[in-house]
Design a binder for this molecule. Structure first.
Ligand code: ZN
Length: 166
């Protein structure tokens, strides 16, 4: 189902409000996961697969790590998927590091946006922890730079995504 920018904004605002509420509910840190998919269709078989793979990987990491999960919930909306895990861990940096490792190692990881929101409500930055910037799905340049300069055609982007699902 094609969606509008307004749908995306409404969904984003709803998630922001929930994130704030959870942090007040003493889940000091949040893992906040969305599928990174361009275009105006955010919910289809491909994005569902990325979401499922990401949720499973996040759950596996949580289960194998000594931490306190306060709350977790999946949100399904026509404007996309969102997975929130509210938890309590001694180090936000450790969580971010684990999540960057997931993004870098999972076959569909470049389509995943796994943020870690620290106690102060701000997402941790990849580069501050010494990791590379996110890579573009077509070439190996920074994803942001390619998006800004519109380095690739929609067709190139679509075939790069299809390639990942093979
Ligand atoms: Zn590129």
């Amino acid at each position: 189902m094609p969606i509008t920018a307004k749908d995306i904004m409404e969904f984003r605002d709803r998630i922001f409000a929930i994130q704030r509420a959870w942090q007040q509910l003493k889940a000091p840190q949040l893992i906040s996961f969305t599928v990174n998919m361009m275009g105006n269709v955010k919910v289809n078989e491909a994005t569902s697969r990325v979401f499922l793979q990401g949720c499973l990987a996040i759950d596996n990491w949580c289960n194998s790590t000594p931490l306190n999960i306060i709350k977790k919930q999946q949100f399904h909306h026509k404007a996309g998927f969102h997975y929130l895990v509210g938890l309590n861990h001694h180090s936000s940096d450790d969580i971010k590091q684990a999540m960057v490792n997931l993004e870098n190692s999972l076959p569909l990881g470049r389509l995943m946006d796994i943020d870690v929101i620290a106690e102060d409500g701000k997402p941790l930055s990849r580069t501050k922890l010494g990791f590379d910037r996110r890579k573009c799905i077509v070439c190996d340049n920074s994803a942001k730079a390619c998006a800004r300069s519109q380095a690739h055609t929609p067709l190139q982007l679509r075939s790069a995504v299809l390639e990942m699902f093979k």
